[in-house]
Design a protein around this ligand. Sequence first.
Ligand code: SF4
Ligand code: SF4
Length: 342
Amino acid sequence: MPKTISEQNLLRLIDTLVNEGKRVIGPKAAGTMTLYEPLATGEELNLGELPRRSAKETFFPLCETILTYERDREGVRVTDVDPGAIPETVLVAARPCDVAAAPVLDSVFSWDYQDEFYLSRRGKTTIIGLACARADDACFCTAVGLSTNDTKGSDLFLTTLTGGGYRCDVITDKGMALLAAHGGLFAEGDGTPAPLAEPALGKLDLEKIKQWLDNHFEDPLWEEIAERCAGCGACAFLCPACHCFDINDEGGEKKGARRKSWDACGFGKFTNHASGHNPRDVQPQRYRNRIMHKFKYYVDKFDQRLCTGCGRCIRACPVGIDIAEILSAIGTRDQGPGTGKD
Ligand code: SF4
Ligand code: SF4
């Protein structure tokens, strides 16, 4: 049986979680933008627009220290950062395109290597998703197989009601535990859902796109797109599903830290080898990798796509490269012979 929660009680829930010592992250006004940020009170929740950056930072921060070192007369002391020290977290009012990226990221962070930092944050986070009531020209979640009320990745899921407040669906045991612990803030019933957003781009033929990519590792399309690409990496940094990172030692002879920081396959030095050789030394090869990784390699490996159609890369690209347009164009291309090696 679904429950409902009033707007006021949602803010109270946030206050209560903060008072319990939990890290609560949700959309918050930050200057002229909205960002997913830690909330100090429910009043800070700002549901006006899709946050500029994705929610992936909840599990995979832009930069984090994984160990520190110090050297003195007695030798070198290395101190590991304890991934278990990460606080219990509740991600509130996250959009379906952000939340759906979490199970996609889980696949790679628990594949050949168990990334304890990512997995500890994921394990300690309860996600309360929120259905989208508004879409802009860049949104295309429905074209990549999701929906504006997709519950994938959520533990609890809120849908705005016409009469105010939200319907709250329990999706997982974790969600049930959070609801049960704060049951007094919820009421029985389901209410009438307000109309959902309808992104303009219909369905993409994802099978056909995959087939074309399988056979067109070499194609003039890559030069056409990458002629414009500035290699700024904004698309990857804002994307909920991009997850490349680099590990660097920073500091000096006496002390320093090993840090894990975001990287992007659009950067010129991303694949630069210590020898100086760079297997992707021109931008078309790098942009091709971006599309291939999202719609071919990850599908081959995990049967998932690295794109939830959030549209952030489209909004942010300084030269107007539009991934939805590229995918639509690929979907209409002749499947005929190409060079499929990778
Ligand atoms: S590739 Fe672009 S549209 Fe797709 S999830 Fe990433 S930022 Fe969003
Ligand atoms: S945001 Fe645009 S210009 Fe920058 S790397 Fe991505 S596609 Fe290239």
